[in-house]
Design a protein around this ligand. Structure first.
Ligand code: FAD
Length: 290
């Protein structure tokens, strides 16, 4: 099923997982999926490792299992900056062969140790390439409520987002944020720019202080004082921090759903316990259109 069609029916509620770092730990993802699958999200997306080769990436295998074993729609992330057209074609053929119909098309982060290949400069180039090859995939793109760190301004980033949508991104998934007003301001600008595709809000529940610091360093999300107070107070009490993080994420999602957001994408960090608590807290609030 193409994920695009889900947005016509309801506010979409989806999960994101990542393949285990070590090849030998691949089985752990399946016990994670046993827990996440029970929660029946609208789809589960699987990240794509930035380094390594395109062919050996576990994303396709996991996305295929999500669909076939758990009966849940899946989306495979695919980055392009470090791959050429032949490598990307190989991944696309593998996805087709394994029945994966949805792709989150990304540029990927620039890695100072890897010389980028020249076939794709931006996610929009990847989207155009996928569409020129076949119309078999539903393609989504990423967006950044606080602007992408490479962009000189949010307005310029939204101009580039329009190029991505015009290239064929059918819906967008946002970078994580901890202050909903930033997302609403962003959405006003996005709609004013004539970008009318559905946008899912990306929510990451905090599990520990280091994880958030690492994420924030990478993506530049701002931290409201309410959030940093919570981190500072509970940083040495893991159970309290986990519960406060769950409550914070639920609070964000309740507000987003009641403001009629198109969907919420939960960065689960492969943690079924946290995903379960959050899903239980918000599932009755989701609006169905049919
Ligand atoms: P782009 O859309 O190409 O944008 C990158 C920069 O280029 C922006 O500053 C943009 O304004 C500018 N730009 C875009 N198009 C143009 C244009 N046509 N002309 C000029 N400038 C342009 N990374 C991974 O490695 N693996 C993953 O699985 C992964 N999953 C992600 C999921 C989500 C929901 C998000 C939000 C991010 C994810 N990332 C992932 C991180 C992502 O790869 C990085 O943020 C990367 O730096 C940018 O990717 P992009 O697809 O947004 O790039």
């Amino acid at each position: 099923m193409k994920i695009e069609s889900l947005f016509k029916k309801k506010q979409v509620f989806s999960f994101e997982i990542f393949p285990p770092k070590k090849e030998s730990s691949i089985d752990t993802i399946y016990s994670t999926l046993d827990g996440l699958g029970e929660l029946k999200p609208d789809f589960i997306s699987v990240t794509f490792g930035a380094g390594g080769s395109a062919a050996n990436n576990k994303t396709c295998e996991i996305a295929s299992v999500i669909k076939k074993k758990y009966g849940i729609e899946s989306a495979a992330h695919l980055t392009c900056i470090n791959f050429d057209k032949a490598e990307v074609t190989q991944v696309l053929e593998n996805l087709e062969k394994n029945g994966v119909e949805n792709i989150l098309a990304l540029r990927g982060d620039k890695n100072p140790d890897i010389e980028p290949k020249n076939d794709f400069a931006h996610a929009s180039d990847l989207i155009s390439f996928i569409n020129s090859r076949s119309g078999n995939f539903d393609i989504a793109g990423a967006c950044y409520p606080e602007g992408h760190p490479n962009s000189p301004s949010i307005d310029e980033d939204i101009d580039n987002l329009k190029i991505k949508v015009d290239a064929g991104a059918k819906h967008l998934i946002s970078q994580l944020f901890f202050e909903n007003s930033m997302f609403y301001d962003f959405m006003d600008k996005v709609r004013a720019k004539g970008i009318n595709v559905p946008v899912e809000a990306g929510i990451m529940p905090v599990t520990n202080k280091k994880q958030i610091e690492r994420m924030v360093m990478m993506c530049g999300a701002s931290l409201p004082s309410k959030f940093t107070k919570m981190l500072n107070k509970y940083e040495y009490n893991p159970e309290a921090l986990r519960d406060a993080g769950i409550a914070y994420a639920i609070d964000q999602i309740v507000d987003l759903l009641s403001q009629n957001v198109d969907g919420v994408h939960l960065y689960t960090m492969n943690n079924p316990y946290i995903a379960k608590k959050i899903t239980e807290g918000v599932s009755s609030l989701i609006t169905y259109r049919e």
